[in-house]
Design a protein around this ligand. Structure first.
Ligand code: ATP
Length: 262
């Protein structure tokens, strides 16, 4: 019934390009003088459209900073960031806010749902605020994909953690963003609920053509991705295609042996 929505990607910014987001020679430094910290050190990366990318690396290696820079939440010190066809470095805050609102979705570790609203109201809230009408057929398909049909009238307190995160995923998907960023989206969930949410993120890539980028420490979570990027000391040091949890774990152990964990 929901297969009628044939091309969910049509109409997005830069919909024709194979790269959803791109970093070129990105440097991000915090502070100055003796307290200066280089969080990203000349990072080049292409995030493929319609793929699931995981970002891994030791604590403090720059994962969140890279995600925030790619999402236009943080301003780079030097280098360029493109989202779709738009060069975002140098954009004024107003245009950046609009770009984030219209083209980027977020899923955080804490679900960030409004307790007084039902699941459905939470899902459509960003569109309501933006004065956009939800596309009913698309919303239907999203609700179906994340398995929330029977829970739409429930408030967050009446839902399990996994279900709440599925509402947050549906909220991100509902606006049909060009790219969704997740910062440890399963960090607050037990392994069963985490697996469920990761399964839905995977489905949103496979069935809805969504582009997903997720920061994680968890090899099992990373194994849901098509590609894993490894950061160490603010640099992109390695990547892995079609990962399995064992492969990711082995790679992490190799990094440990090199003394790269902080
Ligand atoms: N606002 C800030 N001010 C100063 N330094 C910062 C700031 N944000 C991050 N840093 C520093 O930049 C570096 C990278 O931080 P970042 O949060 O990106 O790492 P991470 O890999 O996401 O770490 P974790 O896995 O612990 O979340 C760290 O050394 C951190 O201390």
């Amino acid at each position: 019934m929901t297969t009628a929505v044939a091309n969910p990607r049509a109409g997005g910014a830069g919909g024709g390009t194979a790269v959803a987001a791109q970093a070129r020679q990105v440097v991000k430094a915090y502070g100055s003088g003796e307290t200066r910290v280089v969080a990203l050190d000349r990072v080049d990366v292409d995030i493929a459209r319609g793929a699931f990318t995981a970002i891994m690396g030791p604590s403090g290696s720059g994962k969140s900073t890279l995600m925030h820079c790619l999402a236009g939440l943080d301003i780079v010190t030097s280098g360029q960031i493109r989202v779709g066809d738009t060069e975002i470095t140098g954009l004024k805050e107003k245009r950046l806010t609009r770009l984030r609102r219209d083209h980027i979705g977020f899923v955080f570790q804490s679900f960030n749902l409004l307790p007084t609203l039902t699941a459905l109201e939470n899902i459509t809230l960003p569109m309501d605020i933006a004065g956009r009408r939800p596309d009913r057929a698309w919303l239907d398909r999203v609700v179906e994909t994340v398995g929330l049909r029977q829970r739409l009238r429930h408030r967050p307190s009446e839902l399990s953690g996994g279900q709440q995160q599925r509402v947050a995923v549906a909220r991100a998907l509902a606006a049909r963003p060009d790219i969704i960023f997740g910062d440890e989206p399963t960090g607050n969930l037990d392994s069963r609920a985490g697996a469920e949410v990761l399964g839905f993120l995977r489905r949103s890539v496979d069935e809805l053509g969504q582009t997903m980028v997720m920061v994680t420490h968890d090899p099992v979570a990373a194994a849901y991705a098509d590609r894993v990027l490894y950061l160490a000391d603010g640099r992109l040091v390695d990547e892995m295609l079609r990962p399995t949890a064992e492969m990711v774990l082995d790679r992490m152990k190799a990094f440990d042996t090199l003394g790269r964990v902080s």
